[in-house]
Design a protein around this ligand. Structure first.
Ligand code: FE2
Length: 435
């Protein structure tokens, strides 16, 4: 492959990349096709996962009514917790186990889709909870076999969870966010209906949109897949295999769309063009990071979200302190990309250009700063916190934040520039504020 100098083939290093993608149906009205798709996948008794607010939005109400009127048998679980935990995963798995379902539908944001993945896994292959959780926090055991069909229907334009084999949650006793990652968890089909975004508050569109942007930027700048050692057998090839020519395509187009439409989608719920475009960007970025993997901004986000004390952002239910996923990612991103740019300046500059950054007169040494400024400008324009200080963190939190991030080795290994504990503290320190 000679499309890009980023990929060099060296004896003993990886020379093959994998492309794993969920089947996708995308477009306004796609949810009305759920009865046909369920039957096609042989689903006769379906467990549906959602949450109490999503189940009341119009496209979801119509989809559920349509399933019923077409004679599809289902049971609804609407107790999914936003920012799920090991406890809420276990409760969902219990519902799945008791229901004896032969197929699943998830209707909601990343929390709902991730909860459905975990419920399917633990109800079909019961095990001690840490068995499948990523090492070193969990045991990282592989999923033992195939799983029943799962149709994932995202209602926010963010996580891309419908395209990935990753389920993220808070492990309560260790106060840390972590996940389960396996190709087996990837949904059988993603049904993506952008009408679901019409009723989202602007703040939710902003947080989700920055999640999309960071998925794409991190996939584009991740360590090249060809820098990894060749696996001893194909099944040992990691799902987060690093940047590759396939993920590059999705990342670039997702960034181009997000750079053009994010501000409009946040500012005006009636701007359906912008909201539909952001939904498509989320899908593309999900495909990209599902095959490449993310790195520092996401690795650092886990402790920003997990250690939050009393932060309650506008536009989210006021039940408990929370730093929404996309927000917890993007508050680190400018500082993280300043750090990683030295390893792949060209790609950092390209990312900045795609989201509307000003590259006039910029050279390789400016790449991190140019990208940081481009992201910060969009953050400011869409009401994001000005760095982690506005989420409630100060200098005394740096070591705890860094330790939490350092535990996310699966993600840190994907960084184009290796990072140690001390450097993580320094990056958090420079993420305190940006303007
Ligand atoms: Fe994310």
């Amino acid at each position: 492959m000679s499309c890009c100098h980023y990929y060099e083939f060296i004896q003993g290093q990886e020379s093959v990349f994998a492309v794993d993608v969920a089947a996708i149906r995308f477009g306004a009205g796609a949810l009305m096709e759920l009865p046909d798709e369920s039957r096609r996948l042989g689903m006769e008794r379906i467990g549906i996962f959602t949450d109490r607010s999503v189940r009341n939005i119009e496209p979801v109400v119509s989809a559920l009514t349509n399933l019923k009127s077409r004679g599809i048998e289902y049971e609804l679980y609407d107790e999914v917790q936003i920012e799920p935990t090991d406890l809420s995963f276990k409760a969902a798995a219990q519902f799945a186990k008791e229901g004896r379902f032969d197929g699943y539908i998830s209707l909601g944001g990343g929390s709902v889709i991730d909860t459905c993945k975990a419920a399917i896994l633990y109800s079909h292959y019961p095990a001690d909870f840490l068995t499948y959780v990523n090492a070193p926090i969990g045991k990282g055991h592989p999923v033992p076999g195939s799983l029943p069909p799962h149709i994932a229907c995202p209602t926010t334009s963010g996580t891309g969870s419908e395209c990935t084999g990753i389920a993220v949650f808070d492990l309560l006793e260790q106060q840390v966010k972590t996940g389960i990652a396996s190709r087996s968890l990837r949904p059988s089909l993603a049904v993506i209906d952008p009408r679901c975004t019409h009723s989202l508050p602007g703040a939710v569109v902003a947080a989700c949109g920055f999640d999309v942007m960071s998925h794409a930027l991190e996939s584009l700048t991740a360590i090249p897949f060809s820098d990894r050692a060749s696996p001893s057998s194909p099944e040992l090839r990691p799902m987060s295999q690093g940047a590759n020519p396939w993920s590059d395509m999705g990342s670039r187009e997702a960034l181009r769309i997000a750079g053009r439409y994010l501000e409009r989608a946040v500012a005006d719920a009636d701007d359906h063009e912008a909201r539909h475009k952001m939904m498509y960007a989320a899908t593309l970025a999900g495909i990209a990071f599902g095959n490449a993997g993310v790195h520092l901004p996401h690795g650092m986000s886990y402790s920003v979200a997990g250690l939050v004390r009393d932060f309650q952002p506008a536009g989210y239910p006021n039940e408990k302190p929370i730093c929404p996923h996309g927000m917890s990612v993007i508050v680190n991103a400018p500082a993280a990309f300043r750090f990683t740019a030295a390893a792949s300046a060209e790609r950092h500059l390209e990312g900045a250009a795609l989201i509307g950054g000003d590259l006039a007169g910029a050279g390789a040494d400016d790449a991190g700063e140019v990208l940081a400024v481009a992201i910060s400008r969009l953050m400011k324009a869409t009401g994001m916190p000005n760095g982690i200080s506005e989420v409630g963190y100060g200098q005394s939190d740096l070591s705890a934040l860094a330790e939490g991030a350092f535990a996310q080795q699966r993600l840190l290994c994907n960084s184009p520039r290796p990072v140690n504990l001390q450097q993580l503290e320094e990056i958090y320190s420079s993420a305190m504020h940006y303007w």
